[in-house]
Design a protein around this ligand. Structure first.
Ligand code: ATP
Ligand code: MG
Length: 372
């Protein structure tokens, strides 16, 4: 197996560091604090949650539930995900059915279907109006309360910012009220829209105000990532020069997914001695392979946005974007066009802001743009 995984969490041996973060999350859980985990996309939030769960699983002291609500667009979707995930952990299928009939959702009848890919049973709840949605949520929480009397439960809800887009206006309040009541259940809320998540949890007018501990996930420290990369190549009889590792981390800005991707490709190149030349070659191959996608973006953006994107890519982190120096250098028409362009590129998640500087999100796209 390629040691640089690009898919789901593959176990602690394929996971680089995050020791402090893991400790901090476990400490929050052990002390009954709910926690909100945020970062830019693909920094490793989901991986970290699974890593924490892996650690906790070994102790068997907790019942662990994870679900991702990225593809939900309403309270009903949320309920279906939540209800399903509560029932798919640990217990066997007949046990679940028994438990469900005994203590869970007696008033509404879940339908059982089978996932067309995995064949796993999926429960769905037929909810036809908001009032029955509210009832179901309360029943689910009631079930959870019962279950948590046996073992403490940890629930991770990934892509939590999604609930802000639900058409029902009361979802935040509804969840907050129910979450507050559960003494033996801890929550991890995770998401990548920092703005939205921050406002959900720090805006005094919103239900989740000051209800959780906040944790922002940053890049893995260079020394630790270097060690991880070196060990994983060396263990597979591949040598890699220190300079090459340094270059990998710089070229990818230590953005986890891109580091993993580049290393995965390097491993796959079957090169037994990796130096800077090999790294560059593989890196540029990646850019070429993705060229089709990258050029698509041009059609999705206006000419001004596209030019601005190229300028930001070339600067590799710039804060003063409305100065005449920057505008002249890249021929970007006016200050107000740039301002609007920044806003729109942020909304489209083409760029992000870190320490007051703007960066093109996709590391490979950024490098490709600098060649235009
Ligand atoms: N500490 C780590 N060591 C090695 N690989 C990691 C680590 N953290 C994450 N990864 C890998 O990097 C990729 C991106 O991580 P992950 O999906 O966890 O990020 P994310 O922040 O949840 O992204 P998104 O915002 O898209 O949900 C995955 O392939 C994951 O396996
Ligand atoms: Mg994720």
């Amino acid at each position: 197996m390629n040691p640089f995984t690009l898919k789901e969490y593959a176990g602690p041996e394929y996971f680089c560091n995050r020791k402090d973060e893991t400790k901090r999350i476990i400490n929050a859980i052990e002390n009954q604090r709910n926690l909100t985990l945020s970062s830019i996309r693909k920094m490793g939030k989901t991986g970290l949650i699974h890593h924490v769960f892996n650690k906790l699983n070994n102790t068997k002291d907790y019942d662990l539930v994870y679900f991702d609500i990225y593809h939900t667009s309403s309270l009903l979707g949320f309920i279906n995900k939540f209800g399903t995930s509560l029932l798919t952990e640990k217990e066997s299928f007949p046990e679940k059915i028994k438990r469900m009939i005994k203590s869970f959702i007696s008033s509404i009848r879940p339908t059982i279907t089978y996932d067309s890919f995995t064949g796993a049973p999926v429960f769905s709840f037929n909810i036809n109006n908001e009032a029955s949605g509210v009832n179901t949520i309360e029943e689910i929480f009631g079930f959870l309360e019962q279950r948590s009397r046996e073992t403490p439960v940890v629930i991770a809800i990934d892509e939590f910012q999604q609930i802000a887009d639900y058409p029902e206006k009361n979802v935040e309040a509804l969840l907050r009220t129910n979450i507050q009541k559960l003494l033996n259940v801890n929550f991890i809320f995770s998401g990548s829209d920092k703005h939205l998540l921050t406002s959900m949890f720090t805006d005094a007018k919103r239900p989740f105000y000051q209800s959780t501990e906040f944790m922002h996930l940053e890049e893995i420290p260079a020394s630790e990532y270097s060690e991880f990369i070196k060990t994983n190549f060396n263990n597979n009889a591949i040598s890699i020069e220190d300079e090459a590792i340094k270059n990998i981390l710089t070229m990818t800005r230590r953005h986890t997914y891109y580091v993993q991707y580049l290393c995965n490709k390097l491993y796959g190149s079957e090169e037994k001695n990796i130096d800077n030349k090999v790294v560059k070659e593989v890196f540029f191959n990646i850019l070429n392979e993705n060229e089709v996608y990258f050029s698509e973006y041009r059609d999705l953006l206006t000419k001004q946005q596209w030019d601005l994107l190229i300028a930001l890519a070339k600067e590799e982190g710039i804060s003063q974007v409305t100065t005449s120096k920057f505008i002249k250098k890249y021929n970007l028409s006016t200050t107000s066009t740039v301002r609007r362009g920044i806003k729109s590129l942020l909304e489209k998640k083409m760029i992000y802001k870190k320490d007051a500087k703007y960066y093109v999100y996709d590391v490979f796209l950024a490098k490709w743009l600098t060649r235009l």
